[in-house]
Design a protein around this ligand. Sequence first.
Ligand code: NAD
Length: 424
Amino acid sequence: MLVGTAALHENETNPWLSAEARFDAAATRLGLDDGICKVLRSPSREITVHIPVVLDDGRIEVFTGYRVQHNIARGPAKGGIRYAPDVTLDEVRALASWMTWKCAVVNIPFGGGKGGVICDPPLMSQSELERITRRYTAEIIDFIGPERDVPAPDMNTNEQTMAWIMDTYSMHQRHTTTAVVTGKPLNLGGSRGRPEATGRGCLIVTQQALRRFGLDPSNTRVVVQGFGNVGGMAAKLMARAGFKIICVIEYDGAVYNKNGLDIPALMEHRKETGSITGFPEGEAIDREQALFLECEVLLPAAKENVITSANADRLRCKILCEGANGPVTHVADAILQDKKIFVIPDILANAGGVTVSYFEWVQDRQGYFWNEQLVNGRLEEIMVNSFRDVVGYADKHEVNNRIAAYMLALDRVAFAIKLRGIYA
Ligand code: NAD
């Protein structure tokens, strides 16, 4: 049993407790009725599966996987599947609820879901990953589908994983069903613009925030944590839009250039060497300290719980754009508010990904594919409107942006539940 500060730390970094704390704050401000609160707060379905897999050396191993469908009042559940050794049901639950709120914030017709399998992909071969993916899909097959629950990639899963899920599902249906997952390869029903979508969404909402502060991209210094899909794409697009990306932080080091890093060259360097470290056009700096560099925009795009009550008071950014899910703990929220940091909360900032996933699902069902200009234009319209809705709500109700985003989302989902009624 954990005692004292260890227990407090575990409570602070438990994503489900963070999700509940924000939910409670928003529900109280909205004055939501008790019964609706109970419905909104509980995940509607939690599936645990134990997945037997024959490893390459002939041994049989059993992996544990989850799929949580938090709420489906506004449409099919939607959300990624992550593979990691530290996946927990609480984490998947929190991520599923964030998907419900995220889809409601950007007003797309999906509910929230999330999945996870406890495994360590860097230690597994491609064929082991394929077998684990196919068997996990078979175990949850009755609960997914274009009208039920539509998975997507998340940490350590990718286009290939989605292709395997789509194929397994299609084999069972006896016909090709591309709309069962999003984030697929382009020539298997994927959407143009999907790989860049989350990073592009971060760029769009950050540009909106800059306008609010009268800042110009050329004077805007950005620190990016995590140089993967979200952080890498955001850095690339922001640099292209004239921002100065002064620092990129990865798990094994950080590189700094006060005049702005050459992001395509850094990507090339990482491709060649496997790491951002040793980049000749940047200075190596301490990765723990890099988060506290003075900058206009800090973009955490790696993982949960990087900004906590232990370090939030050391941040020196004006705008915090949450590319990752849950990078700030609920206890740190109050510190950021006191410091008057303008937070673009995850359920808005990284919603570009699920928005283009929605476009992918629509295109698969139409059997007609859009060009990239159309995808990006529609994404921009949704992100700009959603930013305006959230910030307008925050100003009107005198709450911070995060609570405003939750209030907006809870209100929309509660409205759908009331209209549908409780089936008995
Ligand atoms: P990714 O695996 O492509 O990239 C994550 C990067 O962060 C990797 O390069 C990894 O090395 C780095 N990293 C890991 N731990 C780190 C640490 N302690 N310090 C610095 N860097 C670290 O994953 P992704 O798809 O970019 O997702 C990142 C976050 O964004 C996750 O929270 C995910 O849930 C969220 N997200 C992703 C999408 C999407 O479309 N990919 C959409 C919405 C939210």
